[in-house]
Design a protein around this ligand. Structure first.
Ligand code: SF4
Length: 158
């Protein structure tokens, strides 16, 4: 499919960024009736000028492949079997446990000096290289300013 720069103005086309790696190639995502029909390189992107590598070219399957996982698995304490749970439930459980760990291990003041610290070192976050600037900004705001986490890093630094 040959893309043209004016395709981005079409109602059935949305501009996006390839989620596979930190290069951040621009994509045009074509859709019909709420479903993705094709993903092409964005000719107006200064990063890739309309091209996509094999991974980016196959990114449509990220959302359309029949083998895509749409659930999570959890092995409860003491259990020998994995339990399949909906993604929404998994997100709720992760959020609850993160908050509980943060509260259980909260350090309000330095034990020696009494100075205010207000942080936890019990929870850490390691982001992936596909996260963009805006996502990393929000992650840092949420985890450090919101939860008091000091161990926030990214794969791109390693
Ligand atoms: S198209 Fe390839 S090089 Fe570009 S962001 Fe995606 S994976 Fe990376």
């Amino acid at each position: 499919m040959k893309t043209r720069s004016r395709d981005a103005q079409r109602p059935d086309c949305a501009r996006s960024v390839c989620p596979y790696c930190a290069v951040g190639c621009g994509q045009l995502v074509y859709h019909r009736d709420g479903k993705v029909t094709s993903i092409e390189g964005d000719p107006e992107s200064p990063i890739n000028a309309g091209t996509l590598c094999p991974k980016g070219s196959a990114s449509k399957e990220l959302v359309t492949h029949e083998g895509r996982l749409i659930w999570a698995k959890v092995r409860r304490p003491g259990a020998s079997e994995w339990e399949r749970i909906p993604l929404e439930q998994a997100m709720d459980e992760i959020a609850e446990r993160t908050w509980a760990s943060r509260n259980r291990n909260w350090v309000d003041r330095d034990a020696d000096t009494g100075e205010r610290i207000g942080h936890t070192t019990a929870v850490a976050h390691l982001g992936g290289a596909t996260l963009d600037n805006e996502e990393n900004y929000l992650i840092k705001k949420l985890f450090t300013a919101g939860l008091g986490m000091v161990a926030v890093s990214n794969q791109a630094r390693i």
